[in-house]
Every structure is written in structure tokens, then in C-alpha cells.
Ligand binder design. Structure first.
Ligand code: ATP
Ligand code: MG
Length: 277
């Protein structure tokens, strides 16, 4: 059984906005949001909303605005940072937040360095900066560029009121390279020592419907703990595995939340004559 995730209070609430016609057209399957959900979970945060929008300034700006209205600590945008005309994510963010875009000196230096490397490796014919390349160095005012260890388009980080918007490129290898590399200090600042913890127990019951009332009650008593039952085996030998997962400000808090939920599940099941292995 799956409790309503909306009732689980969040630690660092996060939203993900995927930008790309290719995803809306079904040409590319979005894997970036799934990856980011896993990253956020292991950092002790939670993703509360995922949206996919077209490569259009207004569509991006509208989604950013509605996301910021929910006051998340972090909004990721993925895609639309490249050199081409249809890469409009930062323009959309600028429009939503009233921030002008201009060439950032550090980002310009980064893009120039990348093209110099590509030219000397023979991957591009010239290292010279042109309008398309310069476009990748145009950031909303107040934004900080984050290096892209894999590609040419830098990521960016901008604070808007109490939220932060982190813009990542769409190419999965680039996005992951940034998240697992230069973005780590930013994530550490947002998520602190947040932790995600899981635990499992096994119960002597072959009938999930007998477990359901106890688990539902425990979920209500422990809204920050995600409690789920999974069938293990088939027929008369079937046993159930119950998993508990929780995020906390640190290991101790997350473990403590799970400990209390686990105790209640054991008690409630035993009251219903179901033994815990
Ligand atoms: P660049 O244009 O520099 O490659 P970008 O940030 O502009 O980077 P996009 O143009 O939006 O990125 O996407 C580039 C490619 O990355 C897409 O054609 C697609 O193959 C892949 N991609 C984009 N978004 C996703 C996604 N959400 N999940 C998986 N792959 C994606
Ligand atoms: Mg695109």
C-alpha cells in the first residue's frame, strides 16, 4: 500500500522542470527527472513536482512562476542551455523573475576555454567566440555559473527570494557530471547533513488485506515515514516485506522517525494477531 505522498512534510522541497520539445514529442524519454529524484532522496530532500514544458519562453516562464509560488527550496531546470535559438531556458527564467540576461565574465571564460580545448583536439574548426557560443555565457543577473565538466554549456545557479533555481543542460551525461561534480557544494548548502534511511521487516501473513488497516493507521501516525508492503513469494508460503523510509535533517532524526513507525507497526500487527519475523 502506498500512503499519500502529499501528506509527507518535506525537508528541502524540490521541483524539476524539464524543458524540451523532444520530450513532449515522445522522441526522447525523460530520464533526467528520475535521476534527480533519486539524488534528492538520497540527500534527504523530496521532489514534490515535476513538469515538462516546450522550448518556448512563455511556457518556461509560466512554469517557473507557478513553481516559485509553491516556495520550494530548490527548482531544477533541465535542458535548453545550448547555443541554438531554441535553447531558451535562461531567457524564460529571466522573464519569470524580472532578471536581465548579460554576458557573465566567468562563464565567457569557461565557454572560451572549452572551445579552445575542442579546437586543439580537432573537434571544432575554430576556437573563436561567435554569437552562438557567447549565448551560453549570457546569464540572468545575479546568477552564478557552475562549470560543466563534460560539455560546453555551463550550468547556473540563481537565488530568487527563498528559492534557488539550478539550471542544468539536457544531455544526461552532462547533467550527471555537473550534479556529481561542481554542483556538490551547492547541494550540500541546500540539503545540509540531510539523510535518507530505509529499513525492512518481514511479517507472517499471506494476505495483504489483513495488513492494510494497520499500515494505513501507522502511516497516519507517522506522516514523515513512507511505509509500503511488498509480497514475497507466492501461494500459502507468501510472506510480506514491509519497508520503511524517511528523510531527516541527519541520520539520527531519520533513524528515529523509522524506529517509532516500526514499533507502531509491530504493535498494530500483533494486536491483529499477525506476527513479525
Ligand atoms: P545542448 O544543446 O548543449 O546539447 P541543452 O541543455 O540545450 O544542451 P537540450 O538541447 O535540451 O540540452 O537536449 C540535448 C539532448 O539531451 C536531447 O536531444 C536529448 O537527447 C537529451 N535530453 C534532453 N532532455 C532530456 C531528458 N529530460 N532526459 C533524457 N535526455 C534528455
Ligand atoms: Mg532542447
Amino acid at each position: 500500500m502506498a500512503p499519500d505522498l502529499a501528506i509527507i512534510p518535506t525537508m528541502a522541497s524540490t521541483e524539476v522542470i524539464i524543458v524540451g520539445n523532444e520530450v513532449l514529442l515522445g522522441l526522447v524519454q525523460d530520464t533526467n527527472s528520475n535521476y534527480l529524484c533519486r539524488v534528492v532522496r538520497t540527500l534527504g530532500g523530496s521532489v514534490n513536482h515535476i513538469a515538462v514544458v516546450a522550448d518556448e519562453i512563455d511556457a518556461i516562464a509560466d512554469e517557473i512562476k507557478s513553481s516559485l509560488r509553491r516556495r520550494p527550496q530548490l527548482v531544477f531546470t533541465c535542458g535548453g542551455l545550448g547555443p541554438t535559438e531554441d535553447d531558451l531556458t535562461l531567457t524564460g527564467i529571466g522573464k519569470a523573475c524580472g532578471l536581465d540576461l548579460s554576458v557573465d565574465a566567468i562563464a565567457r571564460e569557461f565557454v572560451a576555454r572549452r572551445y579552445a580545448e575542442l579546437a586543439s583536439a580537432g573537434h571544432v574548426s575554430t576556437a573563436e567566440m561567435n554569437e552562438s557560443r557567447l549565448k551560453m555565457a549570457k546569464l540572468p543577473s545575479g546568477a552564478t555559473m557552475i562549470e560543466n565538466p563534460v560539455g560546453t554549456a555551463p550550468a547556473t545557479h540563481v537565488r530568487v527570494n527563498d528559492s534557488r533555481i539550478v539550471s542544468l543542460p539536457g544531455v544526461p551525461a552532462e547533467l550527471r557530471g555537473i550534479v556529481e561534480g561542481p554542483l556538490r557544494p551547492v547541494l550540500a548548502e541546500i540539503f545540509g547533513s540531510g539523510r535518507y534511511v530505509e529499513r525492512e521487516i518481514f511479517v507472517e501473513s499471506g494476505d495483504e488485506s489483513m495488513l492494510a488497516p494497520a499500515l494505513r493507521r501507522a502511516s497516519r501516525l507517522h506522516p514523515r515515514v513512507y511505509i509500503e508492503s511488498h509480497a514475497k513469494g507466492f501461494g500459502l508460503e507468501v510472506k510480506f516485506r514491509i519497508t520503511f523510509s524517511a528523510s531527516g535533517a541527519n541520520d539520527r532524526e531519520a533513524e528515529g522517525l523509522i524506529e517509532l513507525a516500526c514499533d507502531d507497526v509491530r504493535r498494530l500487527l500483533q494486536e491483529n494477531g499477525i506476527g513479525v519475523l
